[in-house]
Design a protein around this ligand. Structure first.
Ligand code: ZN
Length: 379
């Protein structure tokens, strides 16, 4: 007897194909047409999609952070997202407290450790090199091996002060002790210059805010993608959207995508303020922007499932396959005429919108507010 069967879910990559999916003991137990019974069943009737659980690879959800805070379940299951990756809200000082808070959440939470031990206690956490405490970072990584899935360094002038590229060298020194951990680097106002940052990134590292509209963007002044970016991509560096309140430009994304530079991961950089007041609102609205920019549904879904799972080494997540975690997002794709904004004052008509209905985490169902109004979930 299965614990849960989801019947007649729409497939992402094939029109008019529906499938059943059975869950047992928090894992995906069977996929295809399923005649067996389960203790609980949901029939999606071919109306709604089921994908691997959405992973937002860049959020801020350490509720005790004085500047960029939110609650994991508000940026997670409330929006159909099953896993969130906090991108450096905490350094070694607070990561233990954050881990403790995260345990009490329904959303799966993982963290990128800020290389500064004070994390986002201030806006300029890398201005004092004494805060980049290699031994403290090393101890934290050793103590929380399941929680910490990577490192985070914010490399913009307002964060590093007069330290230029030095914090990045120190990040690399931490990473050398833990070579499996990807390093996510935030790019913002120069210095340091994007070319100098990018050339220090190695295979597996992540460049976030990849379509920011600031002068330190991935395009040169003639609008072509910088050579340093192409070289980084060839080396295996990945690009993360990290939309946020100031780091996403439709124009930059459009030009880069036209030159074949697509995002590897689509993420929100959400926290309470840009969740409530916009322009982020949630992962789903950010995903819809990329449909409008010409990516296919399957490509967009890959950027919030298989890709982040692979890049962040979240084993057993990111795919609908037998034996994988029963983390599943159920959603509709509706036709709308919603106008969405980037961070540069440009508006874009989004003809399609994702409407998340449920997040299933390790087999446990959490309905979104929208999901509660759909009778298929009368459980
Ligand atoms: Zn961020």
């Amino acid at each position: 007897m299965f614990d849960l069967i989801i019947r007649r879910a729409r497939a992402i990559d094939a029109e008019d194909v529906v499938f059943d999916l059975a869950i047992k003991d928090g894992l995906i137990a069977k996929i295809g047409q399923i005649n067996a019974k389960a203790r609980q069943e949901i029939d999606l009737n071919g109306r709604f999609y089921a994908s691997a659980g959405w992973i937002d690879s860049h959020v801020h959800c350490y509720s005790a952070s004085p500047i960029y805070n939110d609650e994991p379940d508000l940026v997670g299951i409330a929006g159909g997202v099953t896993t969130v990756i906090d991108a450096g809200s905490c350094g070694a000082n607070d990561i233990g407290h954050f881990n403790q808070l995260a345990q009490a959440c329904q959303t799966e939470v993982r963290a990128l450790l800020n290389i500064s031990r004070i994390g986002l206690a201030t806006q300029h956490e890398l201005a004092d090199l004494a805060d980049i405490d290699l031994a403290a970072a090393d101890r934290a990584i050793t103590q929380y091996p399941d929680f910490i899935v990577g490192l985070k360094a914010r490399l913009s002038s307002s964060v590093v002060g007069g330290n230029g590229i030095t914090p990045l060298k120190m990040a690399k020194a931490i990473q050398q002790q833990h070579p499996k951990l990807p390093l996510m680097v935030h790019v913002g106002n120069t210095p340091p210059d994007l070319d100098d940052i990018t050339q220090m990134l190695d295979q597996g590292d992540i460049l976030t805010h990849c379509y920011n509209g600031k002068p330190n963007r991935i395009l040169n002044c003639s609008g072509t993608v910088r050579t340093s970016i192409y070289r980084a991509i060839e080396r295996g560096v990945t690009l993360d959207v990290g939309h946020g309140g100031a780091s996403f430009s439709f124009a930059v994304a459009r030009q880069a995508i036209a030159q074949g530079v697509l995002p590897n991961t689509i993420s929100s950089d959400i926290y309470c303020r840009n969740r409530i007041a916009g322009p982020v609102f949630g992962l789903a609205p950010v995903m819809a922007k990329f449909l409008s920019l010409g990516m296919t549904l399957a490509e967009v879904i890959q950027c919030v499932t298989a890709h982040p799972a692979q890049i962040l080494h979240l084993t057993a997540k990111g795919r609908l396959e037998v034996g994988f975690a029963a983390d599943i997002s159920i959603f509709a794709v509706d036709s709308t005429d919603l106008v969405q904004s980037d961070c540069e004052g440009e508006s874009l008509l989004c003809a399609q919108q994702f409407r998340p209905l449920a997040a299933i985490v390790a087999g446990k169902i959490f309905l979104t507010d929208e999901g509660k109004t759909e009778h298929v979930f009368n459980l």
